[in-house]
Design a protein around this ligand. Structure first.
Ligand code: PEP
Length: 249
């Protein structure tokens, strides 16, 4: 279960949230659920200190990564910098990056590769806009984003990657895809992974659903055979709510 904080919370607030989250999680036996938070860059050091200092069972990562290694790229953050901060994960191709920063499939693929080059696990986001959904093009669209995002990766990298299916029309809108909608696309992604990389790898890849996930709808989403977890935006800013999502059963 990964919480995308987006552009919310300063480092004081980040510390508070991560401590509260750890406290809520430790009230439950969550041995088989991995919980990760994806704070803004400016919070990563604080989150690292809290997680390492108090041995919290929370992973963390970043919301974006530069495709470049280092150099004259003002405002960008390199994978090696994230690695040094102890990040495990990094998002690549979130729809807000694709839309507001014109990140196309080629850039997303370069970011996925940059993540692996720094020992990070990318969470590759795919998803269709409302127009594509209404024209019933959602499965081919997402499969094509998947193919492009994974281009040139080694099979062992594909096995490690996390895919997040996030229909753009369901992000931050309160409109959740039905569990069957989520399964339809996650299933198509799984079929493609198995087709291209074989059963072992295709079935090992974790596929998340994201888009207005809450404690109230997570159980039905997680009951779908090809949904292995969730990428949670708004609801991850509330420790109790996010902990309830992690305890979805
Ligand atoms: C997201 O930003 O990845 C997301 C799924 O947001 P929300 O849960 O708020 O729809």
């Amino acid at each position: 279960m990964a919480g995308n904080w987006k552009m919310n919370l300063n480092h004081f607030e980040a510390n508070l949230l991560v401590q509260k989250l750890a406290a809520s999680l430790s009230e439950q036996q969550l041995t088989d659920v991995e919980v990760a938070v994806l704070p803004p860059f400016t919070d990563l050091r604080t989150v690292q200190t809290a997680v390492d200092g108090d041995k919290l069972l929370i992973e963390y990562g970043a919301q974006d990564i530069s495709r470049h290694k280092s150099g004259a790229y003002t405002g960008e953050i390199a994978g090696s910098m994230l690695e040094k901060l102890g990040c495990t994960y990094v998002l690549a191709g979130h729809s807000e990056r694709r839309e507001y920063h014109n990140e196309g499939d080629e850039i997303v693929n370069a970011k996925v590769k940059a993540a692996f080059a720094s020992g990070l696990t990318p969470i590759l986001c795919v998803g269709e806009g409302l127009d594509i959904r209404e024209a019933a093009g959602h499965c081919p669209h997402c499969v094509s984003q998947l193919d492009a995002g994974l281009a040139g990766l080694k099979p062992e990298q594909v096995k490690q990657i996390v895919i997040a299916y996030e229909p753009v029309w369901a992000i931050g809108t309160g409109k959740t895809a039905t569990p069957e909608d989520a399964q339809e696309v996650c299933g198509a992604l799984r079929v493609r992974l198995v087709e291209k990389y074989g059963d072992e790898i295709g079935n090992a890849v974790r596929i998340l659903y994201g888009g207005s996930v809450k404690a109230a709808n997570i159980a039905a989403i997680m009951a779908q055979p090809d949904v292995d977890g969730a990428l949670v935006g708004g609801a991850s800013l509330d420790a109790e709510e996010f902990a309830s999502i992690a305890r979805f059963r």
